[in-house]
Design a protein around this ligand. Structure first.
Ligand code: AGP
Length: 611
């Protein structure tokens, strides 16, 4: 994943590079570095372990009109200064790289024979030596990069500068996102436009197989064979407004509290008086939905959990739905039934496994591809036939919160659109649809009610902060909600958390129960509540401590082994959205007590653009 920024201008670009890196830290934050071609035409390289702020502290006095910069999420080689990017070769060329070079071992052997000395354990270093080698053989920077990329196997977004051509920035893309930002007498590259908000609104998206030669006044893009290609100039709608913490201590907390607004905006324009509209899913959504008999949904992490919840809705409405993790889907054979719509879910729209699954799916005979995404200018959106945006607003905390609940709402709307086709002509809503639509409209208020539980959850969190393990239980559509709750807790508090379908407890995990293993249960007032209560008794009988989020109308009560937190009664269809909120708050407050880095938990990144 990693973040790349590059700039070429007729002013010092150091501050722009550092600012861009700060904006890209969500892509990785274990080390950072930059290289500029200084006034004496020498490369000035600075790298440090940790955050961009620590890089900034060692950049005093550095100045150059062209440079590349990088914030890293380690793949090959531990986080260390010598593994941080940019990598250089004989102080002639500097390279920043996002992705993985699969044939780095072979290239390394050849380069060692040529006399190159390696100073890192990264796969990236072979790229810079290879470019240096081709320049030594007489090629200019652009052609040296072009020859080099033809020798690489794997995924890359590259930014390259050389002391020999101090006005030329070269960028190449294959499998890792990269775009070119257009400025006034200056130009840029970046992994995404958020890096360039203060300096550029216009941009071109590089496609796989593109290589760009960029100066302060010109941008030329070619394919890897050297033929010029045209890329449309787009206008970015990103602004800095969404990055303000707004008085909250962490982005995660802000984003949890933003869910009322996020869901209001996700519903906006998508509901008729008593129906869910087809058109917001795309111009030809009606025709595609008419043909859809089955659904295949692919996603990763939290987005995958959203898909798992939605499967309950789809199948309850009579639409066969299969859900799979993208990294598994891409590496097996598939049987695609006629009339199957392929859907992806992604907050970022840049998750490499999900992108690769989509590309593969396009060859397999699905009727169309639909993407549920939060980022309009993302790769997944561009590659899909239909898109529906979750209007969550920018999500900065690595742990996904408002993106998840807006995905749920969007999936429920999709399920309703497809349900209509099961009922008849697909155009007219019935009473049940009208009822669910009213429930959807009431969601923002119900979320507010759930957020009001925060003080009780703060008290509850004290029971978790000194624990090493936790179990989460749920049944039906609340089983994946329990999985999502466990994922949140482990991501930001580093407490080991596992989720089980409550009925599965007796088949093994019950052996783990003791007083040091808090058990969290999600207990809405649905047809499975009685079954769940029996499962909770199994825990209680073995001395376990229970923390239950239960419907206020249920007869579940607190006692010496059980703490019950009452959630306002809620309709079954929207209950998964509501029961997510207390679990998010619990994770946040446990992490707060533990003093972890909540918005940027260790070893993770917001956007996962590597395999
Ligand atoms: C969630 O809290 C995660 N950090 C992670 O699981 C995330 O949901 C996953 O990487 C998928 O990302 P996407 O939605 O951007 O594709």
């Amino acid at each position: 994943m990693c973040g790349i920024v590059g700039a070429v201008a007729s002013r010092d670009v150091t501050a722009t590079l550092i600012d861009g890196l700060k904006r890209l830290e969500y892509r990785g934050y274990d080390s950072a570095g930059l290289a500029v071609v200084a006034e004496n035409n020498e490369l000035d390289l600075r790298r440090s372990v940790g955050r961009v702020a620590s890089l900034e502290s060692i950049c005093g006095g550095i100045s150059g009109q062209i440079g590349v910069a990088h914030t890293r999420w380690a793949t090959h080689g531990r986080p260390a200064e010598h593994n941080a990017h940019p990598h250089t070769s004989s102080s002639q060329v500097a390279v920043v790289h996002n992705g993985i070079i699969e044939n780095h071992n072979e290239l390394r052997l050849v380069q060692k024979e040529r006399g190159f000395v390696f100073s890192s354990e990264t796969d990236t270093e072979v790229i810079v030596h290879q470019i240096d080698w081709h320049m030594q053989q007489g090629q200019d920077l652009f052609n040296a990069v072009r020859t080099t990329v033809s020798e690489l196997h794997g995924a890359y977004g590259l930014g390259v500068v050389s002391k020999h051509e101090p006005g030329v920035l070269v960028a190449a893309r294959s499998g890792s996102p990269l775009l070119v930002g257009l400025g006034d007498g200056e130009n840029f590259i970046a992994s995404d436009m958020s890096a360039l908000i203060p300096v550029s609104q216009k941009y071109m998206v590089m496609e796989d197989g593109d290589i760009a030669k960029i100066t302060s006044t010109s941008i030329e893009i070619f394919d890897f064979q050297g033929s010029p290609v045209e890329r449309a100039v787009l206008i970015s709608t990103l602004s800095d407004e969404e990055t303000d913490l707004g008085g909250f201590a962490h982005y995660m907390k802000k984003e949890i509290h933003e869910q009322t607004r996020a869901i209001t905006e996700t519903l906006e324009g998508r509901l008729g008086a008593d129906s869910v509209l087809d058109l917001p899913f795309g111009e030809n959504a009606r025709e595609i939905f008419d043909k859809t008999k089955e659904l295949k949904i692919i996603a990763c992490g939290t987005s995958y959990n959203a898909a798992c919840v939605a499967r309950y809705w789809f199948e309850e409405f009579g639409i066969k739905c299969d859900v799979e993790i993208a990294s598994e889907y891409r590496y097996r054979k598939h049987v695609v039934n006629e009339g199957t719509l392929f859907a992806t879910i992604s907050q970022s729209g840049e998750t490499l496994d999900t992108m690769a699954a989509l590309e593969m799916a396009k060859t397999l005979g699905y009727i169309n591809t639909l993407c549920i995404c939060n980022v309009p200018e993302s790769s997944l959106v561009r590659a899909s036939d239909l898109t529906i945006f979750t209007h969550a607003g920018r999500e900065i905390g690595v742990a996904s919160t408002k993106a998840f609940t807006t995905q749920l709402v969007t999936l429920l709307m999709l399920a309703i659109c497809l349900r209509r086709r099961r009922l008849g002509d697909g155009r007219s809503a019935d009473v049940m649809e009208a009822e669910i639509v009213q429930e959807l409209r009431s969601l923002p208020q119900q979320i507010e009610n759930a957020l009001d539980l925060e003080d009780d959850i703060i008290a509850m969190s004290k029971h978790f902060a000194d624990k090493n393990h936790t179990l989460f239980l749920g049944r039906g559509a609340h089983y994946p909600i329990a999985v999502e709750g466990a994922l949140k807790l482990k991501e930001i508090s580093y407490i080991h958390a596992e989720a089980y379908a409550a009925g599965e407890l007796k088949h093994g995990p019950l052996a783990l129960i003791d007083e040091d293993m808090p058990v969290v249960a999600v207990a809405p007032n649905d047809e499975l509540q009685e079954k769940l209560k029996s499962n909770l008794e199994e825990v209680r009988a073995r001395g376990g401590k229970l923390y239950v989020f239960a419907d206020a109308n249920s007869d579940l009560e607190s006692d010496e082994s059980t703490l019950v937190l009452k959630v306002a009664p809620v309709n079954n269809y929207i209950a998964p959205v509501i029961y997510t909120i207390p679990l998010q708050l619990l994770s946040y407050h446990v992490a707060l007590l533990k003093g972890t880095d909540i918005d940027k938990p260790r070893n993770l990144a917001k956007s996962v653009t590597v395999e």
